[in-house]
Ligand binder design. Structure first.
Ligand code: ATP
Ligand SMILES: Nc1nc2c(ncn2[C@@H]2O[C@H](COP(=O)(O)O)[C@@H](O)[C@H]2O)c(=O)[nH]1
Length: 200
């Protein structure tokens, strides 16, 4: 059974700091497809400027657990092993797909593999990385949102995640944001062309 209805599901993974959010933000502005990010839930604290219900739904651990027990998540994982949970809300995905949107999940590798196990979806899968660990570290430091300890955990996780790149359909090297955005947009347009009956 395929639950994608009129929309499509897109999974974008890659190490923390690879530039996923940056690329997705520009992709939404420039790519002429009805793209819609799925807003995840997380137990981590908001960063300065982040808004509840826009960047994430920021939940405390009890509320996250309650929603997990209620079956509200399509997948949820403790990312980076530092006690913070992240999860894709079923409602975000279902509402978007029902409305004919191309719903983007910006999630880690464990989460992506869990979604791929749900056979009712046939997502377009992309793995973004910056082309080298030194550049990844530079980007995480330049962003300035994580402690030294958190950066170390993210880099360690990145090494493991890189080993799963072969599970994705497309590898995107985000050297230049403009180039990565135009490459992804072209991939999505090509996928649209391949659909049996043209969906919006
Ligand atoms: N092509 C690029 N060249 C140089 N810097 C970049 C590029 N793409 C993104 N950046 C910068 O790298 C940092 C990390 O980018 P971003 O926050 O988008 O990564 P992310 O993959 O979404 O991270 P996370 O998984 O932690 O949310 C930001 O400071 C961003 O401005
Ligand atoms: N498995 C999931 N991973 C998720 C989800 N939402 C985000 N993420 C991943 O978390 C890291 C860290 O994000 P940050 O905002 O704290 O920097 C990021 O790399 C995402 O891949 C989710 O719903 N499920």
């Amino acid at each position: 059974m395929n639950l994608e209805g009129r929309g499509r599901l897109i999974i974008i993974s890659g190490p923390s700091g690879a530039g996923k959010s940056t690329v997705v933000r520009q992709l939404r502005q420039e790519c002429p497809l009805p793209l819609q990010p799925s807003i995840s839930a997380t137990t981590r604290q908001p960063r300065p400027g982040e808004q509840d219900g826009v960047d994430y739904f920021f939940l405390d651990h009890n509320e996250f657990e309650r929603r997990r027990e209620a079956g509200d998540f399509l997948e949820c994982k403790e990312v980076f092993g530092c006690g913070h949970w992240y999860g894709t809300l079923r409602e975000q995905v279902a509402t978007g797909l029902d409305a004919g949107k191309w719903v983007i999940l910006e999630i880690d590798v464990q989460g992506a593999l869990a979604v791929l196990d749900h056979k009712e979806f046939s997502p377009i899968t992309l793995f973004i990385h910056p082309g080298g660990m030194e550049e990844l570290e530079r980007r995480l430091r330049t962003r300035g949102t994580e402690s030294e300890e958190a950066i170390a955990a993210r880099l360690e996780t990145a090494c493991r995640e890189m080993q799963f790149m072969h599970r994705y359909q497309y590898e995107i090297i985000n050297g230049s944001v403009d180039r990565a955005v135009s490459e992804i947009c072209q991939i999505l347009k090509d996928q649209k062309e391949k659909q049996p009956c043209s969906k919006s």
